[in-house]
Ligand binder design. Structure first.
Ligand code: XBP
Ligand code: MG
Length: 254
């Protein structure tokens, strides 16, 4: 019988709600540093989020909103420079504690470790951001909890391509049928499904109205004993929060 051996986690929106009050603010601060009078509103950032990856998002914004802007020495280098400043601001925001882990994340990670379930991260974001987030939320030693951390710039294509998940599975020498992925967005779900992974979706503020067809279960968050999840779609039996027992139930398709 196939057993559940590993959890593969997305970061942005899944481990923590990082986009609106984290990445967005960091981009706006990087614009201010560069004396650019641009500010991404909550709404505009929501539109831009369909492009995964910060550098790619910057280039899309330029072509849509400032097509005449002369990026020097070229668009790619310009985007990389702004993005570097943005990463510095993002890490400072993480250290300020503005992006706590979502409900149930810490509890589930601890329980998974206790039960010998292997852990990995498959994310679009910059590795420095992941390190900062884990250190701030769980302590520096938590980095070693994850057998592999695969980030978007380490593979040919970012989500919704399956590359980050395929790379994580390869590094762990694991077949997808032994794993569960955790995602918050349609782009992430598609990425995981293209890697043949069963996927648990915990929708986040920006993604709650997205189409999650194909997910094993969709919840508003993982829940806690004193903070039950709401089921958007799928079957959680009698569970009110997501634990390893429910993971096994979903994994077996019960
Ligand atoms: C997250 C992203 C990332 C972040 C910013 O997608 O698209 O681009 O918004 O990170 P997912 P960087 O959660 O599906 O992985 O600016 O470091 O690229
Ligand atoms: Mg995400």
């Amino acid at each position: 019988m196939t057993t559940l051996e590993a959890f593969l986690f997305d970061v942005d929106g899944t481990l923590a709600d990082t986009e609106r009050d984290g990445h967005r603010i960091a981009f706006n601060r990087a614009f201010a540093d560069a004396n650019l009078p641009w500010e991404w509103s909550v709404e505009r950032y929501g539109e831009l989020l369909t492009t995964t990856g910060g550098k790619e998002r910057l280039q899309r914004y330029l072509s849509e909103s400032h097509p005449d802007f002369e990026a020097t020495p070229d668009v790619k280098t310009w985007a990389a420079t702004i993005h570097k400043a943005k990463t510095t601001h993002f890490k400072a925001l993480v250290r300020d504690g503005v992006m706590p882990l979502r409900p149930g994340v810490k509890r589930l990670l601890l329980e998974a470790r206790e039960q010998g379930i292997r852990l990995a991260i498959a994310t679009t974001t910059t590795p420095e951001n992941v390190t900062a987030l884990l250190e701030a939320a769980l302590g520096a030693e938590s980095l070693s909890w994850f057998e592999v951390i695969v980030a978007g710039d380490m593979v040919p294509a970012k989500k919704p391509a399956p590359d980050v998940y395929l790379a994580a599975l390869e590094k762990m020498n694991l077949a997808p049928e032994h794993c569960l992925a955790f995602e918050d967005s349609r782009q992430g779900l598609i990425s995981a499904m293209r890697a043949s992974l069963k996927t648990v979706v915990t929708s986040s503020s920006y993604t709650q109205n997205e189409d999650f067809t194909g997910a094993a279960i969709v919840l508003n968050h993982l829940g806690e004993p004193n903070n039950p999840f709401q089921i958007v779609s799928g079957n959680a039996g009698n569970a009110t929060y997501f634990d390893v027992a429910l993971a096994n139930q979903i994994f077996k398709g019960e």
